[in-house]
Write a protein that binds this ligand. Sequence first.
Ligand code: BEZ
Ligand code: FE
Length: 282
Amino acid sequence: MPEYFSEERSVEAVNARMGRDINPRLAEIMASLVKHLHAFARDISLSQEEWALAIGFLTRTGHLCHDERQEFILLSDTLGLSMLVDAINNRRPPDATENTVFGPFHVEGAPIRQMGENISLDGKGESCLFIGRVLNLNGNPIEGARIDVWSDNADGFYDVQQPDIQPKWNNRGIFVTGADGAYSFLGIKPVSYPIPDDGPVGQMLASLGRHPYRPAHTHYLITAPGHQKLVTHTFVGDDPYLESDTVFGVKHSLVAPFERIDRPTIWRSDFDFVLTPIEDGQ
Ligand code: BEZ
Ligand code: FE
């Protein structure tokens, strides 16, 4: 007698259909996905109504995606999946600067600026001197490191969210280190802001009793020859959302000092970035 699909052997029934000559990694991924998906449905005794609700949710999530909005990545971010994938793929030595979530607001092609230049072009917010070095694991300076930096403005929006209001490239710039590995630029002490919450992900957060806020942070993408790419933030230590970042991006080591100096810049934030060398075969 042929063995048809049944509740008991649902996983075997589906996975047995895979062809022999398919990509082995795809076979591994799909077999595991089916196993965990079926276990999940069994675990919660998924009802037909709940299944239909989930399909509707995913459909609305897909419909909201276009070149400037990626609701599926937002879903992954708010479920902690983006940070888990980031952690799995960026295991670093203890002294190296840790990665965190990339986010949707990076823009390629920001202007290359001179050290010390001001990236805040709208005149809003509390000015801050960002200063430090890019180092290797031995504590030696890295020359030619490219520091791509971006942050929100004092109203909690990135320039690309307000193209008619903010100057282009507001709070963005690229700085390239010299032989001393040092960097410095003026910006603003960033402020906390909600992720886009007018779609299905926002509805999900609200129905789970979760807020959509990210604690104040400055984004960095740092690249240097012979070193692993570093995608990270520095966080402002007194932010009320540090312990409840809606995308789980906070790490202890990334909470930076913000010291009040008042001359005429209001704040100063010192932070050294430590890059990991690329090993053979990476
Ligand atoms: C951000 O920090 O820019 C961000 C990260 C994840 C989701 C939304 C925004
Ligand atoms: Fe951000």
